[in-house]
Ligand binder design. Structure first.
Ligand code: HEC
Ligand code: HEC
Ligand code: HEC
Ligand code: HEC
Ligand code: HEC
Ligand code: HEC
Length: 495
């Protein structure tokens, strides 16, 4: 044989010189290139796009990792192949001999390259971490699914609090938990396996002590809040009827103000647990209170006789009253009342209150259908070319866009608001005067109308300026009703 004589010791065949490893290398190189390019775009672009973020911080690193695995896999397969052909595989031990110029050269490239790679990976993982916590990622990437929550969030007083601050909070444990459930959610979105509407309450939401109370700690003493709510009655002239309430919010911490009022439940000294018999936590037949002295009192609805030892109990926290702090889907009645008081809908249009609420309560297939339906129904009800009608249509359409999401079946009907008691049972889930203590046979305190708020003034016209500091008896607009009824027996927020 005439092969050229090898110089020095024969170099073992490289493990990495095979097509599979080469393909892995190309994949790695292109994902690094793609990462740098996308990173540049993301930094330079003025408006951030969630998809660029996903590509940069999730897809590109995933391809980089995949490339590396393919690269190693190729080497492993090649080594087995060489072993079969030559009888022996090239050794795996790597010999670095700094006296050899070639090794020195290789090392001079290898060390800075590894440092660069490590730095990039560190930066990438940091950005990936932040990115998966961002409003962009949570709210915008799964467009249709999160559209209702994102839209309501952007209109809420928490529009600048990141989703993760309430939904995940601080600490590694909840971060990992959220990523595990998040992975399933990404799959569910891609496979169209998500429920419509997204169910509420969130079963695994972190306790309020670890989220809400990071910003609103219970030492905050709110005192009394003075609120005037304007209503327009369903008559021809849309009569304005206002109620001015002094809400006794109070506080829950004895070192910062008298403990009492609505925030007495804040859980500082006392503990309230309850059992809900439905998933939405709207029916609460059993409540247990443990006060600061440790005295336990149990309250039950008369019809509820079950043995409670086996039933799941929930400890009441901020979210049992403030359950829509970031995602309020306004009921048509309240949205139209508000728009009328702000001038978006002109109250001088006859029956506009009834018509606007009516058109919002209809079922539509999608948003485009709703826009069309609202425009034609309202236009047909009034003379042509009235600019007030044109404005009213625009406002009602906007109310629809902000509060109704037909693709997700999300609107006020699907998401009860627990803060009051007019359209949803809310406070009256417990304060209905029917929950009786097992010992002593008394009802839960605060079942008369002046316990939680005083009605300072009420009525139409000038009546709203006649303040009564002691509080008035509620004068129900239009007609009195039998006090055996609760507000929710008649009011639903719509028609
Ligand atoms: C101020 C805190 C807060 C912020 C910020 C927040 N949420 Fe929520 N979110 C809540 C609460 C409270 C609930 C209702 C929990 C319950 O009743 O159990 C909720 C419920 C949800 C639900 C379940 C469906 C529903 O409406 O009840 C989804 C989905 C959701 N949020 C997504 C998001 C997204 C996406 C963002 C950011 C764009 C976000 N949230 C920001 C507090 C927040
Ligand atoms: C990252 C900080 C932060 C977190 C977490 C947070 N909030 Fe807020 N919250 C704010 C800010 C800021 C405001 C607006 C300023 C204000 O009114 O104090 C606000 C306002 C409010 C208001 C008054 C709303 C209004 O209509 O004026 C309520 C009620 C409230 N938050 C409840 C909650 C609840 C319940 C949670 C937990 C689910 C929560 N917050 C979590 C920062 C936060
Ligand atoms: C028993 C029900 C209930 C519980 C529990 C509760 N709140 Fe409230 N909170 C209210 C009501 C009612 C108001 C009056 C304002 C309203 O109606 O929106 C209020 C007012 C507030 C305000 C002031 C809003 C403003 O406009 O100034 C903040 C902030 C607040 N709550 C935060 C919290 C936090 C944080 C917790 C948990 C530690 C909590 N609340 C627990 C019912 C409750
Ligand atoms: C899960 C049941 C439950 C819900 C829901 C609930 N409460 Fe209570 N609340 C209680 C219990 C139990 C007490 C203690 C009653 C007693 O000592 O007789 C109480 C006491 C009160 C008190 C008297 C506090 C004091 O000074 O002693 C007020 C005011 C009050 N609640 C307002 C509200 C308001 C407003 C809401 C709705 C936003 C509400 N509650 C929702 C269970 C509840
Ligand atoms: C357990 C406490 C509590 C009791 C008892 C109570 N309310 Fe209220 N009420 C509230 C809260 C909380 C709100 C909501 C305030 C808000 O929207 O910010 C409210 C709101 C209202 C409103 C404004 C309606 C709206 O939401 O637009 C009226 C009117 C009213 N209450 C009348 C009454 C009458 C009449 C009674 C007696 C039958 C009564 N309340 C008993 C806590 C209570
Ligand atoms: C027997 C049925 C019935 C009961 C019970 C009832 N209402 Fe009404 N209420 C009506 C009707 C009917 C109207 C006029 C039509 C409308 O606007 O929904 C009305 C109108 C109102 C309005 C003004 C219109 C508007 O835009 O909301 C307010 C405020 C109101 N009710 C508050 C209450 C409160 C608070 C309670 C409970 C304390 C209550 N109502 C209990 C039937 C009832």
């Amino acid at each position: 044989m005439n092969s050229p004589a090898p110089t020095g010791s024969p170099r073992p065949p490289s493990l990495f010189r095979n097509w599979v490893s080469l393909a892995g290398l190309v994949l790695m190189a292109s994902s690094i290139f793609a990462f740098l390019l996308l990173f540049f775009i993301d930094t330079v672009a003025h408006s951030s796009n969630p998809y660029v973020g996903i590509l940069t911080f999730l897809v590109a690193p995933a391809f980089l990792a995949a490339g590396f695995v393919i690269f190693l896999f190729g080497a492993w397969r090649w080594r087995r192949h060489l072993a079969k052909v030559h009888g022996s595989a090239p050794p795996l031990n790597i010999n670095v001999d700094l006296s050899r110029p070639r090794d020195r050269r290789l090392l001079a490239i290898f060390v800075p390259a590894s440092i660069c790679f490590l730095l990039l990976t560190a930066m990438g993982s940091y950005h990936t971490y932040h990115f998966t916590e961002s409003v962009q990622f949570c709210g915008e990437s799964c467009h249709t699914v999160m559209q209702p929550e994102l839209t309501s969030y952007l209109h809420s007083p928490h529009a600048r609090v990141a989703c993760a601050e309430c939904h995940i909070g601080k600490g590694a444990e909840w971060y990992v938990r959220s990523k595990l459930s998040g992975t399933y959610q990404v799959y569910a979105t891609l496979a169209h396996k998500y429920p419509t509407p997204i169910p509420t309450p969130v079963k695994s939401l972190r306790p309020a002590q670890e989220t809400c109370e990071q910003c609103h700690w219970p030492k905050e003493f709110v005192g009394n809040l003075d609120r005037t709510i304007s209503y327009y009655l369903p008559d021809q002239s849309n009569t304005l009827y206002s109620v001015r309430l002094l809400l006794k919010v109070g506080g829950g911490d004895p070192t910062h103000g008298p403990v009492g009022g609505i925030h007495w439940h804040m859980n500082v000294g006392n503990k309230i647990e309850y059992i809900a018999t439905d998933d939405a936590r709207q029916k609460i037949p059993w409540v247990r209170m443990t006060d600061s002295q440790g005295v336990v009192t149990e309250f039950r609805s008369p019809s509820f006789t079950n043995d409670v030892s086996q039933l799941a109990k929930r400890r009441m926290d901020c979210m049992d009253c403030h359950n829509r702090p970031a995602h309020k889907f306004q009921a048509p009645e309240s949205a139209v009342n508000l728009a009328m008081s702000l001038g978006g809908i002109d109250p001088s249009l006859p029956y506009i209150k009834t018509n606007a609420v009516g058109v919002l309560c209809r079922a539509y297939k999608n948003e485009a259908g709703a826009m069309q339906g609202i425009a034609t129904t309202l236009a047909d009800a009034y003379p042509r070319n009235d600019p007030r009608v044109h404005d009213a249509i625009g406002t009602v359409q906007q109310i629809y866009k902000d509060n109704f999401f037909p693709e997700m079946k999300a609107d006020w009907r699907a998401y009860p608001d627990n803060i009051g008691h007019k359209d949803w049972p809310g406070c009256f889930r417990c304060h209905d005067g029917k929950h009786v203590s097992t010992v002593g046979k008394r009802t839960i305190k605060a079942n008369d109308c002046n316990e939680c708020h005083l009605i300072l003034a009420q009525g139409s016209g000038d009546q709203i300026n006649q303040i009564s500091p002691k509080g008035l008896k509620f004068a129900h607009p239009l007609e009195e009703y039998d006090p055996a009824y609760q507000c929710t027996d008649c009011h639903t927020g719509g028609m």
